[in-house]
Structure formats: C-alpha cells, structure tokens
Design a protein around this ligand. Structure first.
Ligand SMILES: NC(=O)c1ccc[n+]([C@@H]2O[C@H](COP(=O)([O-])OP(=O)(O)OC[C@H]3O[C@@H](n4cnc5c(N)ncnc54)[C@H](OP(=O)(O)O)[C@@H]3O)[C@@H](O)[C@H]2O)c1
Length: 259
C-alpha cells in the first residue's frame, strides 16, 4: 500500500486533482460513495495514463446503505462508477447503525473480495470494540482502519489496538482540515524550511500512519508530497505529540464511540 494518498472529500470535480496528484507521484486516492466523485476519480486516473495496477484506489460504503444485500449492490455500483474494474480497498465508512448491520455489511465486503471486486477490505472510524465484533463473528481482520489522526487528535488506544493486530492505520484530516494556525507548527516549519502542512504530513509518516491530505489546488497537491527530503527529530516529534487532546481534539465527526 502506498505511504501517502490524496483525499478527495469535498471535491466533487476531482478528476483534475487526481490527475495532477498522479503526475506528481501520488499512487493512492481516497474516495467514498458519500463524496459523489467515484466516476471523477476514474476519469482522473485514465487521463493520467498511469497503468491501473500501479494505482491504489479506495472507496467506502456509507451507513444509509448498510446491510448484506444492499452492501453488495453498492460495491458493484461503486466499481461501475469508477470504471476501472475493481477497487484496491473498500471500507465501511463508519460504525454508525449498530452491530448487526455492521457485521452484515462487513460480510458483503468479504464476498466482494472473493468475487474480485475489491482487493482489500477495511473499516473507518472503528474503535477496538467494533473490530472485536468482526473477530467474534469469525470473519477476517480488516486490512485497514481509517481514523481521524493529527497532533490534536491522536486516538492512542485505537492506534495501539490496530498496531497489535497489524491493521494498517490511515490518517484522515491529517492537516486538521486546514486549521494549522499554531505556534508549534509555525516554529517547526521555520526550523525545517517547510510549511505547516508538510510538517503535519511528515509527523504522520514518522508515526507510521498513512496520511490522506486533501487539496483541490495543484500547487498544494505538489507541496504536500514534498515530505521525503527532511526528518523531524525526537524533540520535534515530542513537541507535536504533546498537543494531543485525545478524541476531543477531533475536528470532523469522529464517531468512534458509537455503541
Ligand atoms: N473516513 C472518514 O470518515 C473521513 C473523514 C474525513 C476525511 N476523510 C478523508 O481524508 C481526506 C483528508 O481529510 P480532510 O479533507 O477532512 O482534511 P485535511 O486533508 O486535513 O485538510 C484539507 C483542507 O486543508 C487545505 N489544505 C490542503 N493542503 C494545504 C496546504 N498545503 N496549506 C494550507 N491548506 C491546505 C485544503 O484546502 P484546498 O483544497 O483549498 O487546498 C482543505 O481545506 C478527505 O479528503 C477524505 O478522503 C475520511
């Protein structure tokens, strides 16, 4: 799985962003049925001319479509919308709607994997207790848990749980949805001659997460990927780690406590 991806939430005209990202070296795109842009992702990939098998594309099923039969239909619809034959990763978007529907939906993902519609399956906004349900049902472990992760929202119990089970952790909203006006970010940006976004993406990478920064602007898509020519030292990482407010630091919906 690539180590960084382009997020495309709130970018329903994202074909150009995807194309630019791929030309700049990104090899992962994170979409969802809820974003209403799966077809645009397909167009961007095709315009890039990069072979399909070199690109890792994700979508997610939203809770309004949970359940086994509807889940199966939705995954097929997603694949048809994308127009590239399969998804590399398909996630349950959130644990919203209760245990029974979560498990039924997960079974739909398992089936879709057997049928070759998706290569890997996973979850998003899941805490350990939601993943335990999957284990208790005798189903395969998710390959990925995608959660909100940035210095203000480090969700350490979920991270530790996923690490212990070798579940890859994708970091959504790694740029705090653009709210990066903070003294620590500013100081580190100055120290490393980088911008705040690059500092946050680098922190995410050094934590072992897979960050999914979103931008609609070509110059930011480019700069957000220029994070492999510097390193944060232990003091830098400690200063960023110290900003943690747990789940309270979330700036999006973060439904990890869903019963
Ligand atoms: N699974 C889930 O429930 C879930 C929830 C939320 C997000 N996600 C995924 O994670 C992706 C990223 O999260 P996100 O979109 O919420 O937030 P984000 O990536 O943390 O931040 C995106 C915001 O930052 C701005 N930005 C991007 N690069 C910048 C830079 N270099 N300097 C200053 N501002 C910059 C963007 O504006 P411009 O576009 O104008 O550059 C946009 O407003 C989403 O697109 C989606 O794929 C998943």
């Amino acid at each position: 799985m690539p180590v960084i991806g382009l997020g495309v939430y709130l970018n329903d005209e994202c074909a150009t962003a995807c194309q630019v990202a791929l030309e700049e070296g990104y090899r992962m795109i994170d979409s969802a049925r809820y974003y209403m842009n799966e077809a645009q992702v397909g167009v961007g990939v095709q315009r890039s001319g990069i072979p399909r098998e070199q690109i890792f594309i994700t979508s997610k099923i939203y809770h309004v479509d949970f359940g086994f039969a509807r889940g199966r239909e939705c995954i097929q619809e997603s694949v048809d919308q994308l127009g590239l034959g399969y998804y590399d990763l398909y996630l349950i978007h959130s644990p919203v709607t209760g245990k029974t529907k979560r498990i039924e939906t997960y079974k739909a993902l398992v089936e879709a994997k057997k049928d070759g519609l998706v290569k890997k399956i996973g979850v998003s906004n899941y805490s350990g207790k939601h993943i335990d349900e999957i284990i208790d049902a005798g189903l395969e472990l998710p390959d990925v848990n995608q959660i909100e992760l940035h210095p203000f929202c480090q969700q350490r119990p979920i991270v530790e749980y996923c690490r212990a089970k070798s579940i890859a952790i994708q970091a959504f909203s790694p740029l705090v949805t653009g709210q990066m006006d903070h003294e620590v970010f500013r100081q580190l940006a100055k120290k490393h001659n980088k911008d705040e976004a690059q500092i946050l993406i680098r922190w995410s990478l050094q934590k072992g997460y897979i960050p999914l920064p979103k931008s609609s602007r070509s110059e930011r898509i480019r700069s957000n990927a220029q994070v492999f020519d510097f390193e944060l030292d232990n003091d830098d990482m400690d200063a960023l780690d110290a900003l943690d407010q747990g789940g309270k630091g979330a700036v999006t919906w973060n439904p990890v406590e869903e019963p």
